[in-house]
Write a protein that binds this ligand. Structure first.
Ligand code: XLS
Ligand code: NI
Ligand code: NI
Length: 446
């Protein structure tokens, strides 16, 4: 059986309604819209939630049962042992990618030098396991938010020693990305923002952050690291206001500081909600600016206003995400779906780690099937083309080709009676559109 008390997760198809330890929809090699399911979805397992999370909440200690608990007194021994658990987990689940923060995988020493030495030992073992299993690194990142030294940020810290430390930490993290062949490298600025504006020089902090990214890019070039850099927007939590608030804010930052060619975005469902948006809104915004990079797959809770990191099971949302991905042709040049998600505190046995990933993978596989059916019929494409068709010829075409002026448009509009203007608008039958999408969901999964 191995280290985990679970067999390799099989594809079982749709005979049974009750979800067990098998996939109903995720059939890795099944071809959908010209690509294998696994190549559309590129699922990643998040090290921090899966192997480090004890399922604490602000009112209670951890509830999780994990097979390595109580076996190791030295934290380095536990860190090394967890690599074996991790790779057996990826393989049994059938996830081809994983993601980690530097501090997820190895304990810190007193100095950066000592910490790097711990890290390198674990990275050696990860590298061996990657070679042996073929599992790949979707992205790695650096925790510039957990340790108390980052209390007021890292590259936006008002304290230059902390900036310098962060740069040193990042340098080694990029070297690890290079060594492990990371497809992307993520920057999530959990503490890059402010608690209060009275004591904050916002522009100065943002300029420091931009300079930090430029230094990272210079170093990546120097060492020949070709991982795609990704900013992960989040509105708030832990910091009251984060500078990478949402996709649009992050894009404006990238444009202001000449970073559009350096960075794309890693978008997360729950973060979209914290910014007051849908996941689809964030993905569309990034797509249309040419910066969709990768996705953190999770969902929030409509009734709770913080980052819940629930496993994504909302079929409607996975359908909208996969509709956008199919329209884009890919998640991003090197993108994937990283489960930045944890089981609930009440789902505490080790097997729930498998169950929760299966639930998320099946929800996205089903979303892919539904979105594919919609694309095959060009349902949304036709609906949108029809809605904007008045720009394809006549006065609309003069607006789009730039020949229209205020004077030419005034001349066109000046004597049009109200009845003609009202007749130029059309009902969009929005309720029927939504009902049709529901029908696609039923039909595609039959
Ligand atoms: C936290 C973020 C974090 C990033 C990686 O809310 O989602 O987990 O994905 O640092
Ligand atoms: Ni998050
Ligand atoms: Ni995330």
């Amino acid at each position: 059986m191995g280290l985990w008390d679970v067999e390799k997760i099989p594809f079982v198809g749709t005979d049974n309604v009750e979800q067990g330890l098998g996939f109903r929809y995720y059939d890795a090699d099944r071809v959908v819209a010209g690509k294998k399911m696994k190549d559309w979805l590129r699922f990643g397992v998040a090290w921090w939630h899966t192997f480090d999370q004890e399922l604490v909440d602000p009112f209670g200690t951890g509830t999780s049962h994990r097979p390595w608990y109580g076996k190791y007194s030295d934290p380095m021994d536990e860190a090394l042992a967890k690599v074996d658990y991790a790779f057996e987990f990826f393989t049994k689940l059938g996830a081809e990618y994983f993601c980690f923060h530097d501090r997820d995988i190895a304990p810190e020493g007193d100095t950066l030098r000592e910490t790097n030495a711990n890290l390198d030992k674990v990275v050696d073992k990860i590298e061996e396991n990657m070679k042996a299993t073929g599992v790949k690194l979707l992205w790695n990142t650096s925790s510039l938010f957990t340790n108390p030294r980052f209390v007021s940020g890292a590259s936006t810290s008002p304290f230059a020693d902390i900036y310098a430390y962060s740069a040193g930490q990042l340098k080694h993290s990029l070297e690890i990305a290079k060594r492990l062949g990371a497809e992307n490298y993520v920057f999530w600025g959990g503490r890059e923002g402010y608690e209060n504006l009275w004591n904050t020089q916002m522009k100065r902090e943002q300029a420091h952050m931009a300079q930090f990214f430029h230094m990272c890019n210079d170093y990546a070039k120097e060492i020949g690291l070709d991982a795609q850099f990704l900013i992960e927007p989040k509105a708030k939590e832990p910091t009251m206001h984060q500078y990478d608030f949402d996709a649009a804010t992050a894009i404006a930052f990238l444009q202001t500081y000449d970073l559009m060619d350096v960075m794309k975005l890693n978008l997360e469902g729950n973060h979209a909600n914290l910014a007051g948006h849908t996941y689809q809104h964030e993905i569309r915004t990034a797509r249309e600016a040419g910066v969709l990079g990768s996705l953190d797959a999770n969902q929030g809770d409509k009734l709770i206003g913080w980052d819940m990191d629930e496993f994504p099971t909302d079929l409607y949302e996975t359908t909208t995400v996969m509709w956008e991905v199919l329209a884009e042709g890919q998640i991003g040049p090197h993108g994937g779906l990283n489960f930045d998600a944890k089981p609930r505190r009440t789902s505490f046995v080790a097997e729930d780690l498998f169950r929760s990933h299966i639930a998320g993978m099946d929800a996205f596989a089903a979303g892919l099937l539904i979105a594919d059916k919609m694309h095959e019929d060009k349902y949304i494409e036709n609906l949108q083309a029809q809605r904007y068709s008045s720009y394809d010829s006549g006065i609309g075409a003069t607006i789009e080709d730039g020949t229209a002026t205020l004077a030419s448009l005034e001349e066109y509009a000046l004597d049009k009676p109200q009845s003609e203007l009202i007749a130029a608008t059309q009902s969009d039958h929005l309720e029927s559109v939504k009902a049709t999408i529901n029908n696609y969901m039923f039909e595609a999964l039959k």
